[in-house]
Design a binder for this molecule. Structure first.
Ligand code: SF4
Length: 455
């Protein structure tokens, strides 16, 4: 079992990025040179690297008040067909240049609520993707599931189009918490969703929980943990509620409810980590837990784990092409984000344009730092000579100032430094963002309000 030292957690609980990209998406700019960006997208098309495809399906029937996602709230089911038409057009715009032999190694449907689409609509999206892309035999295909809107027909459709992993939004089972956040989801609904998914042949189930929601206490959250542990998911993602009302104004509603104090929130975090690790889940880092025999845990042991916009992944060396409003793509040394509003997204595609709104072209220095941060977050260690070889630099010399700045982290027991490298301790896993931030060249320039706290 992993023991959590709350004094140190308090000390390091400062705002910081989650590093699903480096630099973080807050640095993507509307002033990027879109000509160069498009040129680089075209250049990448000739590559034979595997593909990772992400589809953002933004519709939800109701808004959960804690939500931080890019959503469109509607009960009008007819919006789906139009959206799928535009996904098809967007795929065609990109795909006309893509090397047709490239294999899709990873597929992800996120949202919003992907299962806002009914079974017929899901099959239609699946067919449009299959017509255009070749899937690898061992594809990792994951879909985010909201049990409140799920039918067995949808599960069967998702399996037919190739999905084999599901991530189930639970957050908290306590009816009082659920009422306060405007998301009523009886436990029986969650259980039924998981039964359907397993019966259909989904090989991996992840459960998402959130701590820091109104009315939560360690005791109430432990009950949720007891219940969801009975469902034996392969993985857990346990997120700290990110209160960012300056970005998501609806979150202000929660300020009238009783949000847990920072102390209560930390107590829930400690309880969760200690409980899940004592139940045989490995703490991968950054809110993620996986069973010891899960491929995430194995990849971490074998140092082949990767991190991208979907979180931790076992599929490395892929180019990520993302479709749909607000989605973010990553190939080579560029990132780009699609239009964040539905109207802007449709207008760009109607004009025959990729719906780009923001982007970022990495400098050579950014690339060194990106690799360093990603290896640190995935491997929980850095081997200086291996990093020197990988990056073509003298790692210790190049990052001399950063490494020196880590003495305090070492004194506090987050890392162990040796002449050969550094190792993240068990405590450091919990504060991995704080360690990664030492390699972030942009950290001092960013305002505190742009990120949620690390815990
Ligand atoms: S279902 Fe998910 S995406 Fe939709 S509002 Fe709720 S939390 Fe946000």
């Amino acid at each position: 079992m992993l023991h959590v030292d709350l004094d140190l957690v308090r000390k390091y609980n400062v705002p910081g990025p989650r590093y699903t990209s480096y630099p973080p998406a807050t640095l993507f700019s509307e002033n990027v040179n879109f000509g160069s960006l498009r040129e680089k997208i075209r250049e990448n098309a000739a590559s034979d690297r595997d593909l990772s495809l992400y589809f953002h399906l933004p519709f939800c029937q109701t808004l959960c008040w804690y939500c931080g996602c890019n959503t469109v709230i509607t009960t009008d089911q007819s919006v789906s067909d139009k959206y799928i038409d535009y996904l098809a057009k967007e795929m065609s715009l990109l795909q006309r240049d893509l090397n047709p032999n490239r294999k899709v190694a990873q597929l992800h449907f996120g949202g919003g609520t992907p299962t806002f689409l009914n079974a017929k609509e899901l099959r239609r999206v699946g067919a449009l993707i299959h017509e255009r892309f070749n899937f690898a035999d061992d594809i990792e295909a994951g879909v985010e599931i909201d049990p409140r809107r799920l039918t067995n027909d949808q599960v069967v459709a998702l399996r037919e189009i190739g999905f084999n992993r599901a991530s189930i939004g639970v957050q908290d089972n306590n009816p009082i918490v659920q009422k306060a956040v405007h998301r009523i989801q009886p436990f029986a609904q969650t259980k039924m969703a998981i039964d359907w998914l397993r019966n259909a042949g989904f090989s991996s189930i992840n459960i998402d929980l959130i701590y820091g929601l109104p009315h939560q206490t360690p005791e109430s959250f432990e009950k949720t943990l007891d219940e969801v542990l009975c469902l034996k998911p392969n993985r857990f993602a346990v997120f700290s509620y990110a209160h960012v009302p300056w970005i998501k104004p609806a979150q202000r509603i929660l300020e009238d409810r009783i949000l847990p104090t920072p102390e209560t929130k930390l107590a829930i975090l400690k309880l969760t980590i200690e409980r899940l690790t004592s139940e045989g889940y490995v703490y991968i880092g950054m809110d993620h837990f996986a069973r010891e025999d899960d491929e995430l845990a194995i990849a971490q042991r074998e140092k082949t784990l990767q991190r991208n916009f979907q979180g931790y992944s076992t599929r490395g060396n892929t180019d990520i092409f993302a479709f749909g409003m607000s989605s973010i793509s990553q190939v080579d040394d560029i990132y780009w984000q699609n239009q964040k509003e539905l109207s802007g997204y449709y207008d760009a595609i109607d004009a025959g344009e990729l719906p780009l709104v923001k982007g970022y072209i990495l400098t050579p220095e950014d690339k060194l730092r990106r690799t360093t941060i990603m290896r640190l977050m995935c491997d929980l260690s850095l081997d200086f000579s291996a990093m020197s070889k990988m990056l073509g630099i003298d790692f210790k010399e190049h990052f001399c100032a950063e490494l020196e700045s880590m003495d305090e982290l070492e004194a506090d027991g987050l890392i162990v430094k040796t002449a050969e490298g550094l190792i993240v301790t068990d405590l450091g896993r919990l504060l991995i963002r704080n360690i990664a931030m030492r390699f972030d060249a942009y950290m001092p320039k960013q305002t505190e309000r742009r990120f949620s706290k690390t815990i």
